[in-house]
Ligand binder design. Structure first.
Ligand SMILES: [Zn+2]
Length: 225
């Protein structure tokens, strides 16, 4: 072994730790340099995975909460039956004091309207409400009184086949009975609906309700889209 080789081996043996540290430093420098020289590679988009089976996925995408807004709508009263013509009209106590009642052969007050219709014609609620009373009297025959809300109470009389009971909640347009001649005080006028309406306890002309001119404003919730 030459003298130079001996010197080198001796040097290596004496400086193992120093050489290892130097080697590590060179290696780290090389890695940093390599990473730093990497070209900018654009990110690859996640491939779109089709789901041909339409099977439920484990990915639960949170659904957006639908926004609900409130809207004011007009809900009109509707005609309670298909009628041919108006019989005895409403006596308002001012312009019209009395009407002639051919059954009783007298001029008298009439706090409702008579709507002439075929026997058995369906009578329906003019508006949603709650049945306050169901009665059967000689003078007015079968009668149903419904609280339609907002101070409006309607009495439907001269009925047969009454299909609702006291306390029942009815929808607008729900059939409550049939037209008949059961109101004996108005028998001569034939089959008809005798209809009375009170507003805040006072009789009013039922015809604006029958003609669909009266409405309530109701707040309803609708989707905001
Ligand atoms: Zn009448």
């Amino acid at each position: 072994m030459s003298n130079n080789q001996n010197k080198f081996v001796k040097f290596v043996k004496n400086n193992v730790a120093l050489l290892l540290i130097a080697f590590c430093a060179v290696a780290i420098f090389a890695v940093v340099l390599a990473v730093g020289l990497q070209p900018d590679v654009p990110p690859i988009d996640e491939p779109v995975v089709n789901n041909p089976d339409n099977t439920p996925s484990d990915d639960v995408t949170p659904q957006p909460t639908p926004v609900i807004k409130t809207e004011i709508v007009k809900v009109y009263y509707q005609c309670p039956l298909v009628y041919e013509n108006e019989g005895m009209g409403y006596t308002d106590g001012k312009d019209v004091l009395f009407v002639y009642n051919s059954t009783l052969n007298v001029w008298k007050t009439h706090e409702g309207v008579d709507l002439i219709a075929d026997e058995g014609t369906a009578v329906c609620a003019m508006y949603e409400g709650t049945v306050l009373d169901v009665t059967e009297t000689y003078g007015m025959g079968g009668a149903v009184t419904i609280d339609h809300g907002n101070g409006v109470v309607a009495t439907y009389a001269s009925l047969s086949n009454v299909q609702v009971v006291k306390g029942q909640v009815v929808d607008k347009g729900e059939k409550i009975a049939l037209v008949s001649t059961s109101a004996s005080y108005e028998f001569v006028d034939g089959d008809h609906l005798h209809l009375e309406v009170t507003k805040d306890g006072k009789h009013v002309d039922p015809m604006p309700y029958v003609n669909g001119e009266i409405y309530n404003q109701k707040e309803v919730k609708v989707p905001n889209n």
